[in-house]
Design a protein around this ligand. Structure first.
Ligand SMILES: *Cc1c(COP(=O)(O)O)cnc(C)c1O
Length: 387
C-alpha cells in the first residue's frame, strides 16, 4: 500500500489557510482553553442549526459526555446499531451501563424503526438511551425513531460522526429535532477534520452545561454552576466527577477554517457520489440508497457485491482493488461479533441484516481531493474486478 498513484478510501484536505491558522495559535498566548474553542463551537452550532455545541477531543469523548450528561450510569442500558464503529457501543460500558443492539434496515443500513418497535414490545428491560448511527453520512429515520423514543420515554443521542453537513427533514443534522444530543467526529477521514476531535450539539442549555463540566474534570468557575456561596476569586468547584476531554486551540483553529469550507466539501462528495452512481449502475452491485427525506453528507460510498448477480466474492473484488492501488476498506464489522462483545454473550446470527450487509460491503474512495481522473480509475478497476 502507499506510494505514487495510491488512492485511499478517505483523506483530509488541508489548505494554506488551515496551516496559517494553526501556526498563528502556536505563536499566541493560548494553546488550550483560549478563544479558538468557543469560536469553533459557534461555527459548529451555526452549521448545524443548534443553539449549543461542546467541542471535545474526539467523537468517542463526545458520546461519553453525552451519556454522562443524560445521567447514564451503572444499571443503565443503551441500545445502538451493530453497523457502527465500536466506540458507539463502548461508551455505554465506560459509563458502567449495559449495551444491546437493534438491527439495521437493508435500505439505509441504519437502525431499523420496525426492529426497534418489535424489540421494545418484547423487552422486559427498556433502554434509557438510544444511539442511532447515521451511517455513511445519511441520517437514520429519525422521525420514526424519535417518535418511538418519545412514546417510551427514552432519551436519544444521534451518532452523526459521518454526517456533518447533511440535511434531514429540511434541517441540518445536528439541529436535534428528534433527539437530545447529536455527536460529530473530526477524525481526518471524516467530512472535516481537527486531527482528533469531536463535538456534541444540543438545543438544551442544561445538557450543554453538563457536557462542558464532564469535558473538564467536573470543575467550574461559573457562579451559576458553583455550589460554594460567595466564593473567593480564586475558587473553583468540582461539582461532578469529570474527565479531561478538552480540544486544544490548534485543533479548534483548524476546525474553524475547515468548517468554513463545509458546504463546498459536502457538495463535492455529493457530486462524486452521483458520478459513481451513474458509472456503476450496470455492475452487479447494490449502490447506496438516498432517503428522499434528506441529503447525505456522503462520508462513505459503500457498495455491496450483489451475490444474486455475480459469483465474484467480496474478498476477490477487495483484493483486486487493493492490488490496483485502490485503498478500499470495509465498514463495519458488526460490533456484536467482536471478541470483546461475544464475551458478553452476543453471537454471530444475532443481527442478521447487519451481518448480511457486512458480508457484501466495500467502501470505495470518496473524499474532497478525489478528482474525476482518480474516480475513473476506481470505476475501471471495479469493472475489471467484476467482469
Ligand atoms: C469515527 C467514528 C466514531 C469515533 O470517532 P472518533 O472521533 O475517532 O472518536 C464513532 N462513531 C462512528 C460511527 C464513527 O464513524
Amino acid at each position: 500500500m502507499g506510494g505514487a498513484g495510491f488512492i485511499p478510501y478517505g483523506r483530509q484536505d488541508i489548505t494554506e489557510d488551515d496551516i496559517d491558522a494553526v501556526v498563528a495559535v502556536l505563536r499566541s498566548d493560548f494553546l488550550t482553553q483560549g478563544p479558538k474553542v468557543p469560536e469553533f463551537e459557534t461555527a459548529i452550532a451555526h452549521a448545524t442549526g443548534s443553539s449549543h455545541a461542546v467541542a471535545v477531543n474526539s467523537a468517542t469523548s463526545a458520546l461519553h459526555v453525552a451519556c454522562l450528561a443524560l445521567g447514564l450510569g451503572p444499571g443503565g442500558l443503551v441500545w445502538t446499531a451493530p453497523n457502527t464503529f465500536v466506540a458507539t457501543a463502548n461508551v455505554a460500558r465506560l459509563c458502567g451501563a449495559d449495551v444491546d443492539f437493534v438491527d439495521i434496515r437493508a435500505s439505509d443500513y441504519c437502525m431499523d424503526p420496525a426492529a426497534l418497535e418489535a424489540k421494545l414490545a418484547a423487552a422486559d428491560r427498556k433502554p434509557d438511551i438510544l444511539i442511532p448511527v447515521h451511517f455513511a453520512g445519511q441520517s437514520a429515520d429519525m422521525k420514526a425513531i424519535g417518535a418511538i423514543a418519545k412514546a417510551h420515554g427514552i432519551r436519544v443521542i444521534e451518532d452523526a460522526s459521518h454526517c456533518i453537513g447533511a440535511d434531514y427533514n429540511g434541517r441540518p443534522v445536528g439541529a436535534c429535532e428528534f433527539s437530545d444530543i447529536c455527536v460529530f467526529s473530526f477524525h481526518p477521514v471524516k467530512i472535516i477534520t481537527t486531527a482528533e476531535g469531536g463535538a456534541a450539539t444540543t438545543q438544551d442549555a442544561g445538557l450543554a452545561a453538563r457536557m462542558g463540566l464532564f469535558r473538564s474534570h467536573g470543575v467550574t468557575r461559573d457562579p451559576a454552576l458553583m455550589e460554594t456561596e460567595s466564593a473567593e476569586p480564586w475558587e473553583y468547584d468540582q461539582v461532578a466527577l469529570g474527565l479531561n476531554y478538552r480540544m486544544t486551540e490548534m485543533q479548534a483553529a483548524l476546525g474553524v477554517t475547515q468548517a468554513a469550507r463545509l458546504p463546498e466539501v459536502v457538495a463535492h462528495r455529493q457530486r462524486m457520489a452521483e458520478r459513481y452512481h451513474a458509472r456503476l449502475a450496470d455492475l452487479p452491485l447494490i449502490l447506496p440508497w438516498q432517503n428522499p427525506d434528506g441529503a447525505s453528507a456522503l462520508h462513505l460510498y459503500p457498495i455491496l457485491i450483489d451475490t444474486d448477480k455475480t459469483d465474484r466474492t467480496r474478498r476477490a473484488v477487495f483484493d483486486h482493488l487493493r492490488a490496483n492501488g485502490i485503498g478500499v476498506n470495509v465498514h463495519y464489522i458488526p460490533v456484536h461479533t467482536q471478541p470483546d462483545y461475544r464475551r458478553l454473550g452476543f453471537a454471530r446470527g444475532d443481527f442478521p441484516v447487519s451481518e448480511w450487509y457486512y458480508a457484501r460491503a466495500i467502501s470505495i474512495p470518496l473524499y474532497y481531493g478525489l478528482d474525476e481522473d482518480k474516480q475513473d480509475r476506481v470505476v475501471a478497476a471495479l469493472q475489471a474486478a467484476l467482469a
